[in-house]
Design a binder for this molecule. Sequence first.
Ligand SMILES: NC(=O)CC[C@H](N)C(=O)O
Length: 386
Amino acid sequence: MSAAAPDRPTACLALADGTLFYGQGFGATGQTEAELCFNTAMTGYQEIMTDPSYAGQIVTFTFPHIGNVGVNPEDDETADPVAAGMIVKWMPTDPSNWRAVQGLDQWLASRGRIALGGVDTRRLTRAIRQSGAPHVALAHNPDGSFDVEALVAAARGFAGLEGVDLAREVTCAQSYRWNEMRWAWPDGYAPLQDPKYKVVALDYGAKRNILRCLASAGCDVTVLPATASFEDVMAQNPDGVFLSNGPGDPAATGAYAVPMIRQVLDDTDLPVFGICLGHQMLALALGAQTIKMNHGHHGANHPVKDHDTGKVEITSMNHGFAVDAQTLPQGVVETHTSLFDGSNCGIRMDGRPVWSVQHHPEASPGPQDSYYLFERFARAMADRAA
Ligand SMILES: NC(=O)CC[C@H](N)C(=O)O
């Protein structure tokens, strides 16, 4: 199939500035509004689409061949796709992989997610880089008729992600215990074995592989809803507290998450570990500020420097906000920075086992260079118990 827009387009993407991209629709029909980002990962589209951190966003994949391996039940990061939609250069071909149970097209359709294929994703990516992540409306209509003015108006009407607490929408309704470890060939996910540390994980939109990595590092994880109180956390009698990734504006989620984290820091000596939104929550609780980035970081090959060891880790990234390193208070050390743009990628409290990173060490999808952070968390809990 051609990468050029088909003669009779069945989907249309409108940017708030009025730019239009026509192509071929797949997945669900209808219309959706969101912020648009691009992701440079070459693999892992199913994990990306089901990462709850993508709520409120449509993902443009810069890698042109997306959908080739279909979808399977093991690679979901949560029960349903959470990204609002997807944009690809080439229309997906029939899946060819022994793990596939469904094609990407049917999977998206059955889960109500709209997709657009056959557009020039390089042009779209350049537009995002130059002008910042745009607000967009994406319509898929098999009869090919589009009210373009209404579509542009819908894009302009999208309120954006700033000030929006999306963690509340994707968090679990009730607490639960996690009981699965990381994937190991040939057996797949093994059940939790011999956990040594009791960990409470605050679910702001947690990816399953984070919970698996914690389990593989020896943690018996109880997942609590994002709005859990300090008392709810302490009722679990934890050895450590984990703050998950998640969607939306950290400042908005911080309105209720920060006071709880502050109390953990003030009233306990528990090790604390945060990832992505959890990193931003910890930074806010320590008195720093977060900022909206131009087009964020979304990919699986981002170099990050660990200042403690001098080592560079190749990481998985997905964030549109960042911790403003200029606002880190005394007693908080910048531990990691992005080698792409120098933005903050990690902090730690001086002299305490309290730290967090902006990147995704669970790497689903992505390289596994940063798994050591889970083991470091386990060691901190062991040291505290000793
Ligand atoms: N992956 C995440 O946890 C993302 C955090 C936050 N929503 C951001 O976009 O920066």
